[in-house]
Design a protein around this ligand. Structure first.
Ligand code: CP
Length: 319
């Protein structure tokens, strides 16, 4: 039976040699495309009604989240269960971290119970990298501070590819809090590798001109770039990561950067409106835009399950 699923997936890919997924900065275009291609097959299998594709039967995936999450945590859990794996949901709030146990000791103890993959979210950039050096099972970065959120980048790119048929040659603007966004970083690495033109746009307090050094266009004026964009990915202002308020008021931010009906009238007719979530209606975009015909926000969430199935299978499937 497992061979039937493998056949649909085209077999375990020779290009895949990695044990961990720590960021899209490390991945080649070929590896990114490999994950996306497998995710498309998993999405198709799910659409056909297959709710259990037991390629990870007998394996255990541990969700190790030290920061809150709705989409990432749930979809990793769902993806692992769809693959027939057992899921351990670690809760930082009720764990022995409060008694002084370190993150590494916590992970080592969970690993000693027999797990094949750890999905980790932590406020400290590099925390997943540290774990990867100290435990033996696969480590997947589910968001480390403002550094990277590779599966979010992958699901965003999958959504663009699915709804626009390609990534190469498209102009994708990341709008908002670039300084504190791990989603922005993963999107920039992934999109650039696949040949998109990337613009980062927002207030100067949240968008460094140094992004130009990576071949990214920097803009402080959304109205100016709007007519050129194929995709807008509207990022939340992450007040929880900021020590100083980056603009005088949310109202002023929304006046300059929120997508609304007037701005939609100035975009290409087939513009894609994306957001990693959670969204703040009235800040990054109006409710009318979030729920409008150009919005790909919920398709992004749907693609998240397929992307995470592909990642879990590629990392833990060969073990
Ligand atoms: N996009 C994202 O990472 O959402 P969560 O914080 O809800 O997981």
């Amino acid at each position: 039976m497992s061979s039937d699923w493998l056949e649909r997936l085209g077999g375990y890919p020779g290009v895949w040699k990695r044990r961990h997924l720590l960021g899209l900065e490390d991945l080649s275009a070929e590896e990114i495309t490999c994950i996306l291609d497998k995710a498309v097959v998993f999405k198709q299998l799910l659409a056909e009604g297959h709710r259990r594709i037991p390629l990870l039967a007998g394996k255990t995936v541990c969700n190790l989240f030290f920061e809150n999450s709705t989409r990432t945590r749930t979809s990793f859990g769902l993806a692992a269960r769809r693959l027939g794996a057992d899921v351990v949901d670690f809760s930082a709030a009720t764990s022995s971290l409060s008694k002084g146990e370190t993150v590494i000791d916590t992970a080592r103890n969970l690993e000693a119970m027999g797990i094949e993959a750890v999905v980790v979210r932590h406020r400290t950039p590099g925390a997943p990298h540290l774990l990867a050096q100290n435990i033996h099972c696969s480590v997947i970065n589910a968001g480390d501070g403002a550094h990277e959120h590779p599966t979010q980048g992958l699901l965003d790119i999958m959504t663009i590819r699915q709804l626009r048929g390609r990534v190469e040659g498209l102009t994708v603007a990341l709008v908002g809090d670039i300084a504190h966004s791990r989603t922005a970083r993963s999107n920039i690495w992934g999109l650039k590798k696949l040949g998109a033109h990337v613009i980062v746009c927002g207030p100067s307090t949240l968008v460094s001109p140094r992004w130009q050094e990576l071949g990214v266009e920097v803009s402080y004026n959304l109205d100016e770039i709007l007519p050129r964009c194929d995709v807008l990915n509207l990022l939340r202002i992450q007040f929880e990561r900021q020590t100083r308020r980056p603009f005088p008021s949310v109202r002023e931010y929304a006046h300059l950067y929120a997508m609304n009906r007037q701005r939609m009238a100035r975009t290409k007719p087939d513009i894609l409106i994306m957001a990693p979530g959670p969204i703040n209606r009235g800040v990054e975009m109006t409710a009318e835009v979030a729920d409008g015909p150009q919005s790909a926000i919920l398709p992004q969430v749907t693609n998240g399950v397929a992307v995470r199935m592909a990642v879990l299978w590629l990392l833990a499937g060969a073990a």
